[in-house]
Write a protein that binds this ligand. Structure first.
Ligand SMILES: NC(=O)c1ccc[n+]([C@@H]2O[C@H](COP(=O)([O-])OP(=O)(O)OC[C@H]3O[C@@H](n4cnc5c(N)ncnc54)[C@H](OP(=O)(O)O)[C@@H]3O)[C@@H](O)[C@H]2O)c1
Length: 270
């Protein structure tokens, strides 16, 4: 694959989980990575340290995506870190699902609440981070993005599969729409815009239930055509592919990276 050495990237929500894996993967390809995070400074610093230990380059940037003023800080720190270089790759990865500490958002058995329980405040928080945050980070990135740049949005297979995360799924549906529209608008600058839809991915805080619930690993693995859980590196490798020069002719696409989750209905009794 074509080397990305000398390129730059902003990965939102790169302190942990899939975002951290994306940051590490791009840095391993020689990309200077801005590791964005919301609250967890030490996790972001650990992502940067892991990149540096592997011989890569990265720097952390904090910005709460629900705070418009924080975007000013994000972009002034990004520009300082880029030191006059263009931004080549933007990965909109940061997202929230439902607040596990909010009883209105969660059911007593730990499942994410349905339409009857979700409060307007929780709905607004999900859209503020997942949709408004990604939209305005993209808007603010456009003047920095060099011609031939890459925008990659992380959506979810829940826009295809009915999983009990309704406002979250609706927020990811907005990203699915944003991809092709923006791709058409930015194509004249050679900028591609693509969307990746992961399935249930192990090694993320959202999915610790996989290891707490007996039979969950086997059950979820059986839902995929490839018969295993997803890993953060599975998603990071697809980001690296779409960010590469080889993917220059691919734009406006929604790429499912779920190992073929729920391609067929589950037979009765299984
Ligand atoms: N995990 C899965 O199975 C799965 C499946 C399908 C799609 N996805 C998608 O993949 C992406 C990564 O998921 P993940 O499970 O790896 O996420 P995660 O572990 O929950 O990490 C979320 C990231 O977003 C940041 N973030 C959250 N709220 C923020 C805010 N208000 N302002 C700024 N940053 C904020 C967090 O920063 P702090 O650490 O500082 O809080 C963290 O870096 C998301 O877009 C998610 O929807 C995940």
């Amino acid at each position: 694959m074509t080397q990305k050495a000398g390129k730059t990237a902003l990965v939102t929500g790169a302190s942990r989980g899939i975002g951290a894996a994306i940051a590490r993967r791009l840095a391993a390809d020689g990309v200077l990575v801005a590791v964005h995070y919301g609250q967890r400074k030490s996790d972001a610093e650990e992502t940067v340290a892991a990149i540096e230990r592997a011989g890569g380059q990265a720097f952390p940037i904090r910005a709460d995506l629900t705070d418009d003023d924080a975007l000013d800080t994000l972009f002034s720190e990004l520009e300082a870190g880029l030191a006059g270089r263009p931004l080549n790759i933007l990965v909109n990865n940061a997202a929230v699902y439902a607040d596990p500490d909010d009883p209105a958002a969660m059911q007593s058995d730990g499942y994410v609440a349905g339409i009857s329980e979700i409060t307007p405040a929780e709905f607004d928080r999900i859209f503020a981070v997942n949709v408004r945050g990604a939209f305005f980070v993209t808007q603010r990135s456009l003047p920095l993005l060099g011609d031939g740049g890459r925008i990659i949005n992380i959506s979810s297979a829940v826009t295809r599969i009915a999983w009990p995360l309704l406002p979250y799924a609706m927020s990811k549906g907005a990203l699915d729409i944003m991809g092709p529209r923006l791709a058409n608008e930015l194509g004249q600058r050679g900028i591609t815009v693509n969307t990746i839809a992961p399935g249930i991915t192990d090694g993320t805080e959202a999915n610790t239930w996989l290891h707490d619930m007996p039979g969950a690993v086997e059950g979820v693995s059986a839902m995929t055509a490839l018969r295993r859980l997803g890993r953060p590196s599975d998603i990071a490798d697809v980001v690296a592919l779409l960010a590469s020069d080889e993917a220059r002719w691919v734009t406006g696409q929604l790429v499912d990276a779920s190992g073929g989750m729920a391609l067929a209905p589950t037979p009765p009794g299984m």
